[in-house]
Design a protein around this ligand. Structure first.
Ligand SMILES: NC(=O)c1ccc[n+]([C@@H]2O[C@H](COP(=O)([O-])OP(=O)(O)OC[C@H]3O[C@@H](n4cnc5c(N)ncnc54)[C@H](OP(=O)(O)O)[C@@H]3O)[C@@H](O)[C@H]2O)c1
Length: 383
């Protein structure tokens, strides 16, 4: 029986994880569930999974939850409690599914405690990839990607020597604006941007998919996860979201992983890769689908993908600035403060001001992160 901590349990990945855990009571036990503010959702999850502990990182939410659960003594509050749960010695697997760089301390606590870390929270690797992977090696943590593309790459790499990989190709759906006239993107609303055609996800990542900043962040994530040189990383548009990624080898062979778009598949693989376990996802019926299509990424429509080329080839500080500026601009768009097209414009302007150097400590990460957030806020306030 593996004891599991879910960071970001109340989110979209958290819910899919709960469903996988619920299907396998003989294999997994929810030891702790960690949410931020969504008390109603946590009450439902506690009824479903009966965890030993519950953490709300927001103190007020923890107080509200205590009044609604009979086992009040098991409700803890604050990020420090989340970190303690992630590092608890009785825990085997930590699902890191908070959103944004805010999830970094708890995910890193799991890494430093040598856990198996099912990593959905890609911002951890984008902002602190060098430190994160160094700690994983040092403390013997196993990082299992939850992002469907990276889980696909992980599967296509099994049994092969990494030196014979010539290209890693991530697919992208292109989001809700794949075919929309770029001239009209200025006017799209947050509701239109979060309405993803293939995936049901949290609001931030849905907007990131619409700008394709999500794919940009994923390329940086892949760089760290697979120790891949930037010129071996590629992304192509695949509107059906059936092929999640491909790995090309020196002999010209290309291995792809296919599944219907449902996050329970990569989550289950991250929890237990072998033997594979049932997830309840629909079977892939290629005959009904008829055809799978692929297109190049249009950098005029998706300027985030132009920016990431420089970031991938540049110093670590650029990825930190890019991520922080994007978090601020993405939230500002969702709050109706800036138009859609300003998201990437803000990121580009912050990148132009960003220092350029590699980063070996968390203090440096936070200092660059705070600076980039301040610049982005300032630009938005004066827009
Ligand atoms: N959804 C997907 O299909 C998908 C696919 C691949 C990768 N990912 C990645 O997985 C992560 C989570 O995505 P999601 O779609 O599940 O997001 P989501 O639905 O918005 O959920 C985010 C989770 O993080 C918590 N949270 C928010 N702000 C926090 C803070 N300041 N401190 C601590 N916890 C905080 C939320 O708690 P409350 O709701 O309780 O406030 C919630 O549990 C992201 O990094 C995303 O890029 C998601």
């Amino acid at each position: 029986m593996k004891r599991v901590v879910v960071l970001g349990a109340t989110g979209s990945i958290g819910l899919s994880t709960a469903d996988v855990i619920r299907r396998h009571p003989d294999r997994f036990q929810a030891y702790a569930l960690v949410g931020h503010r969504n008390v109603d959702r946590m009450v439902e999850l506690v009824a479903m999974l009966r965890p030993e502990y519950v953490v709300m990182t927001d103190e007020l939410a923890a107080e509200q939850l205590r009044s609604r659960l009979p086992e009040a003594r098991r409700v803890l509050a604050g990020m420090a409690a989340a970190e303690a749960m992630a590092a608890d010695e009785g825990v085997d697997i930590v699902v890191a599914a908070m959103v944004g760089a805010a999830g970094l301390p708890a995910a890193l606590a799991a890494v430093r405690a040598g856990k198996r870390v099912a990593l959905a929270n890609k911002e951890c690797l984008v902002t602190a990839g060098r430190v994160f992977m160094r700690h994983a090696r040092q403390y013997g943590a196993e990082i299992m990607p939850v992002d469907s593309e990276h889980a696909a790459v992980h599967q296509a790499l099994q049994g092969h020597d990494g030196g014979s990989v010539t290209r890693i190709i991530l697919t992208a759906s292109g989001g809700p604006f794949r075919d929309r006239d770029p001239e009209t993107l200025h006017d799209v609303t947050p509701a239109e941007a979060v309405a993803h055609p293939n995936w049901e996800m949290g609001a931030k990542i849905s907007v990131d998919s619409a700008t394709m900043m999500n794919k940009a962040l994923e390329l940086i994530e892949a760089r760290w996860l697979f120790d891949a040189a930037p010129d071996k990383l590629d992304a192509i548009i695949h509107p059906e979201s059936i092929v999640h990624a491909m790995v090309e080898y020196a002999d010209g062979s290309v291995l792809a992983q296919l599944a219907v778009p449902d996050m329970r598949m990569p989550i289950a693989y991250a929890l237990q890769a072998n033997p594979r376990i049932a997830t309840g996802i629909a079977r892939l019926d290629l005959v009904s689908l008829g055809r799978l299509s692929f297109q190049p990424v249009d950098h005029r429509r998706f300027p985030a993908m132009r920016l990431v080329a420089d970031v991938l080839h540049g110093e670590d500080s650029l990825a930190i600035s890019m991520n922080a500026a994007n978090e601020v601009a993405n939230a500002a768009f969702r709050a109706g403060r800036i138009p859609f097209t300003s998201i990437v414009a803000v990121v580009e302007r912050v990148l132009a001001r960003s220092p350029r150097h590699n980063v070996s400590t968390l203090d440096e990460v936070w200092s660059l992160d705070h600076q980039a957030r301040a610049w982005a806020e300032e630009m938005i306030a004066h827009a």
